[in-house]
Design a protein around this ligand. Sequence first.
Ligand SMILES: [Ca+2]
Length: 560
Amino acid sequence: MGILIACALFVASCSDGDAPPPLLTPTGTAVPSAPSPSPTPTRRATETATAINTPAASPTSMTSPTASPGATSTQTPVNPEVACDVLAGRTIGGAEIRSTTFVAGTARFPEYCRVLGTIAPQLNFETHLPTSWSGRALFVGGGGLNGVILPPEVIFFQPSVALDGYVTIATDSGHKGSPNDGAWALGDPVALENFAYLSTHTVLGAVREIVRERYGIPPSRSYFLGESTGGREGLIAAQRYPGDFDGIVALEPVYNMTALVLAGNRVAQQVFSKPGAYLSAVKVRTLAQATLAACDDLDGIADGIISHVAACRFDPAVLRCAGPDGDGCLTDAQIETVNTVHSALELSFALANGIYSYPGWPVGHEDGTGGWSTWITGTSPSDPMSSLGFTLSDQTLRYLIIGDPTLDSLTLSPATYAEKLAAFSSLVDASDPNLAPFAGRGGKLILWHGFADYGVSGYSTIRYYERVVKSLGAAAVDDFLRFYTSPGVDHLNGGPGAGTADYLGALVAWVEQGTAPGDLVAHRFAGGPLSRPLCRYPRYPHYNGSGDPASAESFHCAMP
Ligand SMILES: [Ca+2]
């Protein structure tokens, strides 16, 4: 887990080189290995193939779009290593290609050309151009405050991506630094604008030209997959650049970053500034045991996963110390802390798209590695920076929003900075519920959230989904959006629940074959084999009353 946390905040996972989990497919649906040749809603102009290298058919029968009827190439394929080398040093699509590396194939990643590029002044990106290309491109989103290029092979729990011959794309979003550090934003509006909304769009445009140069045609399909900040970037694309992607997977998205930062600040002020309000790790364990006892079996089985979240009612006052303070009880100040975490932030001024609040976090699973110790309490009451929730909130307020390195965010009153907060919200937040332009172009969107996520509240994504439904109507939403939730899964995809699924495969099948995904199956990321139905919101996995508790087959998706 250390490597997960060290890699990036608001990032679900960082590769540690372990073998990927098994590829999952949507229930009853085979993930296609090649794009559909049939006409589709598209924003592309007709392209004339002038390939310098026609991608060869792969052992999995991937075919190049150039092999489609009416688009054949008569040119002789060139050596793919040469085709990689000749890109180096060139300026294509406004990007300077700093280096190219021809990478030999492995069992998981067939050979590809690794391209590092920069768009002035400092928007860095990396793209992988496989020799055997499916015609698809996949943009992988960032995490935290970005600043690093996540390796494209770190395709969040999507082990099939490289094998399927995707061109992959990733960017640092326009600055370099730790994802936990916001100092880069001070006095750099260009970097801030890139982080906020522009970098994905800009890099995609450049890479499309690089792809055209390498293969003779642009991608036939472009997809986006991101988690956390990457999820926000996906929703930014859907809202502001609806023509950029055919399909988007947004996992645990920080779509309303401004409100989240303020909610995190509110919690941090309670935890670190109120006398006696801090919960030690032992007290957090006490709390977690109490919430589990109250809510675990509401889903039909005491399996250590609170799956019927909507029915979970827990009053921390039941833990109030009857006598002296001790590890097995909570003081009044600590009870207030628990209530603060689970209650909404309410603002006296509007953020972008009329947002005045941020919901509390769901109850349960407080003591996991992705729980309170990571996001809320940190490791010591005297070390707020050990709390990732505090750190990201503090850095964002200090450098991205208010622009005062000396700011003490633990004494901040949001109303004091209402104007700057609203301006930042307009710049960065992806809270516009009007996805009609995206849907109108045939775009498909998959949203997902884990309910043990103490970084980003699952309730916030519910709010967004409900706003989209209210804005467009349920029937219209059903045509282009799927929203799944996973109980017991945290922001790093850890926890006792199961949230690892082939979201991208489901999306691709939807976009290219018109197979709308239903309920899927999710596997636990770590901690031993366990699967659960991946239910469309608002349903949740309920135990059938018999059968292996580790198997999804023993559960059904139930209405709350
Ligand atoms: Ca349970």
